[in-house]
Design a protein around this ligand. Structure first.
Ligand code: CA
Length: 236
């Protein structure tokens, strides 16, 4: 099985979010849905999606404000899906940092193609940035496959999200060394990332739940309190 990407749909019209949700689930994505901006911002922080589909007309805020907020600390791909069809609306959304803009109504295959492209760009940048490494890293029962972007524990694929994989990949690349919270946040979420450790902590809790037998007493990734995280030194 391949690593499932987690998509957050931010959309107040339930028939549209149900439709997008069904299409994505059928195509192998994990799906989260937020019906308003407040709920969306909270889900972004607590669930760390790999991609966001964003409607602009929300009941409690303008979708562009959500985009601004996300872009103040993250490079995570955002596709705007909107009924606003003026050239200016598109230019503004793209200027703020949307990866793509789809006009309503839209077709299923178009939506899927744009999502795949946005995720492929993220993965390509994964190969070009500091996380890049080839081959495998192993320590104990843990193996990071840098070519396939997968992590195995005792031979089982642990299905990390893209961001979880990036964190583990980076720690594995520098195994034995402490990587500071700031360094990890900058490397994973971009140079403009907020100095806020909450998202990193949520990701780490999810990673430990997936790779550690006892997340409270980790064997592979250690917390250096007040400093950062360290991966057990490897055999390769
Ligand atoms: Ca709407």
């Amino acid at each position: 099985m391949k690593l499932k990407d987690k998509v957050l749909i931010i959309e107040d019209e339930q028939n549209i979010s149900n439709f997008i949700s069904a299409v994505l689930t059928a195509n192998g994505f994990d799906v989260l849905v937020a019906g308003n901006g407040t709920q969306a911002l909270s889900l972004i922080t607590s669930h760390c999606p790999d991609l966001i589909i964003l409607d602009l007309g929300l009941p409690d805020m303008d979708g562009l404000d959500i985009l601004r907020e996300v872009r103040s600390w993250s490079n995570l791909p955002v596709i705007v899906v909107s009924a606003r069809t003026h050239e200016q609306d598109k230019v503004l959304a793209l200027d703020i940092g949307a990866d793509d803009y789809i006009e309503k109504p839209f077709g299923t295959s178009e939506l899927l193609a744009r999502i795949r492209t946005a995720i492929r760009h993220t993965r390509t940048s994964l190969d070009n940035d500091s996380i890049a490494r080839s081959g495998k890293f192993s320590v104990g029962g843990l193996t990071i496959d840098y070519d396939k972007h997968r992590v195995f524990v005792d031979g089982e694929d642990v299905h990390l999200t893209l961001n979880e994989f990036k964190i583990v990949a980076l720690l594995g690349k520098y195994a034995g060394k402490v990587l500071t919270y700031d360094f990890l946040i900058r490397e994973i979420w971009g140079p403009k990332a907020k100095a806020d450790n909450q998202i990193l902590r949520v990701n780490m809790a999810n990673i430990r739940r997936k790779i550690e037998e006892n997340p409270a007493d980790p064997r592979y990734i250690f917390t250096e309190i007040g400093v950062g995280y360290r991966m057990l030194d490897g055999e390769s």
